[in-house]
Design a protein around this ligand. Structure first.
Ligand code: PLP
Length: 378
């Protein structure tokens, strides 16, 4: 049976070039990068070259890159790290953030920023919510369930105004963005984005799972979460996962190189999906923002249809899709993202997420829609 994978927002297959670059670091170059003999120093050099490469893609300095085991850890380091450095302060997170931002925020004084029906942060409301003790705002670049792209530049402009008013005596006001879903399709130059912290994830960019990094702009104060041997400039102790770091750097490089062409190609696939769907099942509702959407994520509500059942039936026909985020392990809680954009419980239970990637072709989309329309007609 033909297998069509439409869940690239959950996981991507590793790029063969990435795997090839990682391989020596499991075998010949297995040394601890902190070892002082020649072979250890060579591994350290490879690790630092990877850091420089990630930094370059983010328009950052190598010292501003901390490697982590995936985006969950990067987000935790950002939120918990900052909040531990500034006791009694407050963090504001958008209501559509991934759980790895929402959950750590709950340990501190926190507020959730409401979003519009299209999933976009309401900047005027955000501005009113920022009290003098707010130290961190966290707004993800691309939403993993509905694909909405947040207006970070406008948020930065507003934050800059507030920063000026605070002056040098007040608390800093940092902006963190979880960009786990962004590197395949978006420019991640941190100065252009205007962020102080940025999380990325290898597992979504054809690199290894549990690889990731947090960009921490020079001068930002935060506390480490993992203490020990002082690796990663004291911010993340533990012997570095060298192969994983090498894989992340290679994957990011390739993703950014392919970005312009892939963004265009995948956006066309998404459009083809939407147009065909609207012809065959006009009741279907596309969630998110028509104007500000990532090319690879499509959330659809099929009124009156049970999403779990439809997903299983699609699976039986070789089509792999998601009912929401695959990232909250085994949870059958209704999606907080769809709830935040004002979908009621029945609509949430009728929604599926389709996500596209490098191996998705026009034929895959046509086949998927044929299968989907057959099932919806029954
Ligand atoms: N943030 C976003 C936006 C995601 O989509 C995901 C995973 O799906 C994560 C964070 C967490 O990534 P990981 O589970 O690989 O740490």
């Amino acid at each position: 049976m033909k297998q069509i994978y439409l869940d690239y927002a959950a996981a991507t297959p590793i790029d063969p070039m990435v795997l090839k670059k990682m391989e020596p670091f499991f075998k010949r170059q297995f040394y601890n990068p902190s070892a002082v003999y020649l072979a250890g120093r060579a591994v350290r050099q490879a690790l630092e070259d990877a850091r420089a490469s990630v930094a370059q893609n983010l328009g950052a300095r190598p010292a501003e890159i901390t490697f982590t085991a995936g985006a969950t850890e990067a987000n935790n380091l950002a939120v918990q790290g900052i909040m531990r450095a500034f006791p009694d302060s407050e963090v504001l997170v958008s209501a559509v953030e991934h759980e790895s931002v929402l959950e750590p925020a709950k340990f501190f004084r926190h507020r959730q920023i409401p979003v519009s029906r299209q999933g976009i942060v309401d900047i005027a409301k955000l501005e009113k919510m920022i009290s003098p003790r707010a130290v961190l705002v966290s707004v993800g670049l691309v939403n993993n369930e509905i694909g909405t792209v947040q207006p970070l530049r406008d948020i930065v402009k507003m934050l800059n105004r507030l920063r000026k008013l605070r002056g040098s005596q007040g608390l800093p006001l940092y902006l963190h963005s979880d960009a786990a879903q962004a590197p395949n399709y978006f420019d991640l130059h941190t100065a252009r984005l205007g962020v102080d912290l940025l999380s990325i994830n290898g597992g979504k960019i054809y690199g290894p799972k549990q690889s990731g990094a947090l960009y921490i702009r020079g001068g930002v104060r935060l506390r480490p979460l993992i203490l020990g041997g002082g690796q990663e400039n004291g911010l993340r102790s533990g012997t570095e996962n060298v192969a994983s770091v090498i894989g992340l750097a290679a994957a990011l490089d390739i993703a950014q190189e392919k970005r312009p062409a892939e963004a265009k190609r995948v956006a066309q696939l998404r459009q083809l999906f939407i147009e065909t769907l609207q012809r065959t099942f006009p009741q279907a509702v596309v969630n998110g923002s028509p104007k500000h959407s990532a090319p690879h994520i499509l959330s659809v509500t099929f009124p009156g249809i049970d999403n779990e059942r439809l997903m299983m039936e699609l699976d039986e026909r070789g089509l792999q899709v998601a009912t929401g985020s695959a990232c909250n392990a085994g949870s059958d809680e209704p999606s907080h993202v769809l709830a935040a954009i004002s979908l009621g419980a029945p609509a949430i239970r009728s929604s599926l997420r389709f996500s596209f990637g490098r191996q998705t072709s026009q034929n895959d989309i046509k086949y998927a829609l044929k299968t989907l329309s057959q099932l919806l007609k029954n």
